[in-house]
Design a protein around this ligand. Structure first.
Ligand code: LMR
Length: 394
């Protein structure tokens, strides 16, 4: 029977990780998968995470099952982190999930349970796995224009026109901050306009918030999400703790469903717990406990925020340095968008052939659509990348 299986196309981002590993060249540069790395190329365990784990080791006495929807302290801490003062616990259903991807999957399953004819509008481009998951689920995908390849910013008028085609019963997937893969983000004024379009159409937003704290700051990166939450009656938010807590392999995330009333919240919470039970039963405990310990312990929270801020500022500095190097080499400001983009990624706008040339001749790995992971750079590799970009004719 298993012989009937069809070969699967490899995930491009994960395949690139393997290709990089196998490359024997000295000085190769990995700008592929979205993992934070320090200047030495190492992905450190954050200090507060380490301290929280130590506390857990000393105080935990059991490994028995915990809650199907996640622990209340984790749910509350994440609700506060994402929505701040705007959190309304009586109308918010919360689910601990297997990372941010798990939150996306459960969000789509939930929306489809509520509307079997669900369609999802996604930005062009978006994280490839969004589309892959929807294709696998058989959920129709509609793209909305987003990235302007001339300015490398957001083509906002086109975006608005396209999401205005969504209808009640559809979902519009938005990146809460640090758009993946482009790095081009909405301003708060634009978020307000998006809210107006959603109000008119009645479509439900699903916000993917995977990089809170990596763009303009923890509060600033949540501002668009909070604005939508304050204006749209039903909102789904899929959050990841992989990046901002650096706990990638612990698979920690959550799904919030903002509902109109307590009765609907109860229905949503029940459906979400059911989805966890049907998919993997209990969600991972360890990463969620790290997160709630950090967020609920003032000194750990302060230290985490300070370290996250240093990480964020480090990436901003790398952006400035790369833009400056490219300004010098090209004799123009046409790459200044790198400094304007926010988050871990920038889409350079190179062709697949140019991306290939950069990999073959300079051992610099980026995703095929020319997405670079800014955190993969350091002072030594910035000049290498800049020269590669110019020599490839980008
Ligand atoms: C990425 O976009 O590189 C990350 O979100 C990692 C992944 O799972 O693709």
């Amino acid at each position: 029977m298993l012989g009937n299986l069809k070969p699967q196309a490899p995930d491009k981002i994960l395949a690139l990780m393997g290709e990089f590993k196998a490359d024997p060249r000295q000085g190769k540069v990995d700008l592929g998968v979205g993992v934070y790395k320090d200047a030495t190329g190492h992905t450190p365990i954050m200090r507060a995470v380490h301290a929280a784990e130590q506390r857990m080791l000393e105080t935990e006495t059991t490994k028995t099952y915990a809650s199907l929807s996640g622990e209340p302290d984790f749910q509350k801490a994440m609700g506060d982190l994402i929505l701040g003062q705007g959190l309304k616990p009586e109308t918010t259903a919360t689910l601990a999930t297997v990372g941010g991807t798990g939150a996306i999957r459960q969000a789509l399953e939930l929306a489809r349970m509520a509307n079997p004819d669900l369609r999802v509008f996604v930005s062009d481009p978006t994280w490839p796995n969004h589309i892959s998951i929807m294709n696998f689920m058989g959920v129709p995908v509609q793209t909305y224009r987003y990235f302007d390849s001339a300015t490398r910013g957001v083509d906002f008028e086109a975006m608005k026109a396209d999401i205005a085609q969504a209808k009640k019963g559809d979902v519009v997937l938005l990146h809460g901050c640090c758009h993946n893969p482009t790095g081009a983000n909405l301003t708060l004024e634009q978020w307000a306009e998006v809210a107006s379009v959603l109000e008119k159409t009645g479509a439900m937003p699903l916000i993917d918030l995977a990089y809170q704290g990596f763009g303009d700051g923890l509060e600033e990166d949540a501002a668009g999400t909070r604005l939508i939450a304050s204006r749209i009656p039903e909102v789904l938010i899929a959050a990841s703790c992989s990046k901002n807590f650096g706990i990638y392999r612990e698979r920690t995330g959550c799904l919030l469903a903002l509902c109109t009333d307590a009765g609907t919240r109860e229905l949503a919470q029940g459906a979400m717990a059911f989805l966890n039970r049907q998919t993997y039963s209990f969600p991972p405990f360890h990463g969620a406990k790290i997160v709630s310990t950090v967020l609920n312990t003032p000194e750990l929270r302060a230290d985490w925020m300070a370290e996250l801020e240093a990480v964020r500022n480090g990436m901003l500095k790398l952006r400035e340095q790369l833009a400056s190097e490219l300004r010098d080499l090209s004799g123009s400001d046409r790459f200044d968008f790198v400094a304007r983009h926010r988050g871990m990624f920038s889409r350079l706008g190179a062709t697949p052939e140019q991306v290939q040339k950069i990999k073959d001749e300079f051992a610099v790995y980026m995703v095929g659509d020319s997405r670079i992971n800014i955190a993969g750079l350091n002072e030594n590799s910035i000049p290498v990348l800049a020269r590669a970009i110019i020599e490839a004719g980008v």
